[in-house]
Design a protein around this ligand. Sequence first.
Ligand SMILES: Cc1cc2nc3c(=O)[nH]c(=O)nc-3n(C[C@H](O)[C@H](O)[C@H](O)COP(=O)(O)O)c2cc1C
Length: 444
Amino acid sequence: MHLAAFMNAGPGGVGGWRHPRAEPGWFSMSYYQNIARTLEAGRFDLMFFADSLSVPRSLGDSIADNVRYGVGVPRLDPIPVISVIAAATRHLGLAATASTGFQQPFNTARTFASLDHLTEGRAAWNVVTSFQDAEARNFGEERLAPRDARYGKAEEFLQVAAKLWDSWADDALVVDKESAQFARPESVAPIDHRGEYFAVQGPLQVPRGPQGYPVIIQAGSSPAGRDFASRWADVIFCSHESLESAIAFRRDVRRRAEEAGRDPNHIRILPAVTPIIGTTAGNAHARRLEFEDLVPAEAGLSRLAYHLDVDLSQYDLDKPLPPLDVQGVDGHYREVVEVAEREGFTVRELGKWYGARTEGNLVGTVGQIADRMEEWFTRGAADGFTVCPTHTPVAFEDFTGAVVPELQRRGLFRTEYEGSTLRENLGVPRPEAGEWRRRARIAS
Ligand SMILES: Cc1cc2nc3c(=O)[nH]c(=O)nc-3n(C[C@H](O)[C@H](O)[C@H](O)COP(=O)(O)O)c2cc1C
């Protein structure tokens, strides 16, 4: 079983920052470094930082509610955040989100290759296509491109990045003081990429990193997102409303990977879970209710509007949500539809539920939580989990202090790191130079 920790470089989910035991250290290095040390002591594979490129809009296309309740703001840039964490850790994988929508592949490839060297093979890139018009408006565009076009651009972006990572052969560096040879010229070559979206001569000025390519993470769950993930992702981050939908998703992605010529066992699918641990089931349930009380209903609605990128004020909040063509996060829309149908919720009720949702229904004693994780793992719903904290840093301390030892006792989770790179710990192969050709051929 593999474990990732979900983080924002700022306050976490809605209401979590109001928890009596939550610590407001979002602007300090030591806050992030201490959480990372806790995760590393708990043998987590990686720490993952979500991100987006705007102050998210909520109802009425206004930022007011999100700013008022701290939904999606503030957010530091995750790259410097993982850089300071790198200095305080030795084994923990470090993942930052970067969008293919508004940056250039040259900068992004360079950043992650640099991080991979500095961390000695612990860098990971969560590849997103961005999902809000508000993000487009920070980069000179009025609206986001349609989903298929966004994934088309992401495809080319990844090809260019991978070509750049391969622009230095693994054996290019010589560094021989005697002969004055620094590197082999024949092992470093331009890429001369000319495509629909990008023209990049290359090569990169950073040699190939310890992992070849950083670990690639992806969280898109539309058909286009799944296809993209099945070709490029080493880790897939998702979120599901039921065991059944998680099993169906994992089966579908693995099938797509196989069709694309990849070994599906080289992909780690890590659904989100939000554990709430109690001394008894009743105590855990009471903690769950306390957590719900921290989330104002408007804040939940505001977060839902942000994640779907739909102005929900155009609908009657006391009626069911009509079917939508969502350009935002498709995976979250599917979950919302599943819950709305099951519970008969109005839009307002959906918002309240969405704000205080705890993924994976991990509310219970340590034993009950471990049982449920074991069930998801053994029934083929997950290769591990992305643990989302209700409040930081305490929720991670509680999880690593209690649930991790129970998973270890059951032989489900490592007691020591297996390898020195993140790829080795995840058990996913290091791409050979030229791997992009295989992926690109598959893509075309
Ligand atoms: C659990 C989860 C976490 C995500 N985290 C981010 C994120 O941090 N930043 C971001 O821009 N998109 C994030 N996304 C959105 C996806 O990466 C993707 O861009 C979006 O879902 C649109 O693709 P899709 O239609 O294929 O789902 C997340 C999606 C899911 C399901």
